[in-house]
Design a protein around this ligand. Structure first.
Ligand code: LMR
Length: 340
């Protein structure tokens, strides 16, 4: 893994968390016998927040209370910039970063999911994830002693700013906060905007202080981070997909007793299925709440407008192809298009 410097405050927190009773230390204190420390960056009332809570509840039931999942949401323990390192250090046991965050740590192939206008609906994404391409992507994580346990949906991303973003020209000169994905950076540059990589936890403040002018995210994230208070316009571009991979370190995974590993796998499989079933509804409800609040103007795009954005961002495909080779892209397109 590429070594990123950990700010001192974060490092101290990591070391303090590492001292918490984990799987090894818990036994002496009676039940729970195993504790899984899980960190994520979004709010509780989001597809990811709810699915991970479902995982905790199911695992508690399946293990008769012997396996506890301790969830730290909202970047409270670790943010985007250090959660992977915390996982590598053993300061945390499980993370669920967005697929866009795997590129900078050595897995550019995950940026396939970031390609603008690759998917039109979630069924296509699921076919890709559940098929050979999705499973091979998870298997790549072994290169860094990571184990990918499955995928989870959020949904389609939309663009926000303090003006409508319906045509390529509307993006000119805007500083757009993005996740740390080169594909998303290229997408913004193709629209003549300036991509600014910021961690999720810093995004709302950066928008409020006008450090950046706009961003992209599914509406559940936009709403629960109260970005509507600092963005006057949301354009329903549905230009890209945002989902997650659930990841643990091999050391932790192998440490678990085989029977516990099976329970974790079962609870997680159930939680991911449940999470994927409620993700769309959560985003729809966030959109309804956003409309009811009247805080942000919402702009629908027609097919011609989406086609113009698609056309303006087509060079992004060549950029990724040059980095990871044409085969991945050909297979991903094939998987997305395959009939069920
Ligand atoms: C973002 O950084 O915009 C998202 O990946 C946050 C998340 O985890 O949904």
């Amino acid at each position: 893994m590429r070594a990123l410097p950990i700010p001192r405050r974060r490092l101290l927190r990591a070391l303090a968390a590492a001292a918490l009773p984990g799987p090894a230390g818990a036994a002496a204190h009676g039940p729970p016998r195993v504790r899984i420390r899980l960190s994520h960056v979004v709010a509780r009332r989001t597809p990811k927040g709810l699915a991970l809570e479902h995982f905790r509840t199911r695992l508690q039931a399946l293990s008769g209370g012997e396996i506890e999942v301790e969830i730290h949401p909202n970047s409270l323990l670790y943010g985007d910039e250090d959660e992977m390192q915390a996982l590598q250090l053993g300061a945390i046991d499980m993370v669920a970063p967005s697929l866009s965050k795997f590129g900078p740590i050595g897995f550019p192939e995950f940026e396939l999911f970031d390609l603008p206008f690759l998917f039109d609906e979630t069924g296509q994404v699921h076919r890709a994830m559940q098929g050979a391409v999705g499973q091979e992507l998870l298997a790549l994580l072994a290169r860094q002693q990571l184990v990918g346990l499955g995928y989870l949906d959020n949904g389609f991303k939309h663009m926000s700013a303090n003006r409508p973003l319906r045509a390529p020209e509307d993006f000119a000169g805007l500083r757009m906060r993005i996740q740390s994905s080169r594909v998303i950076a290229h997408q913004m540059r193709a629209l003549d905007a300036r991509p600014v990589v910021l961690s999720f936890g810093e995004t709302r403040r950066a928008l409020a202080e006008r450090v950046v002018d706009g961003t992209e995210n599914p509406i559940s994230n936009f709403w629960t981070q109260r970005m509507h208070e600092v963005q006057s316009d949301l354009s329903l571009t549905a230009h890209g997909y945002l989902g997650y991979a659930i990841v643990v370190h091999q050391r932790f995974w192998e440490y678990l007793a085989p029977a516990d590993r099976e329970l974790v796998g079962q609870a997680l499989a159930e939680a991911l299925k449940w999470g994927n079933a409620i993700a769309r509804r959560e985003n729809d409800e966030a959109l309804a709440a956003l409309r009811a609040s009247g805080a942000t103007r919402i702009h629908a795009l027609d097919a011609v407008q989406r086609q113009r954005l698609r056309h303006a961002t087509r060079a992004v495909y060549e950029g990724l192809e040059a980095r990871i080779g044409p085969e991945w892209l050909r297979r991903m397109r094939g998987a997305a298009a395959a009939l069920v």
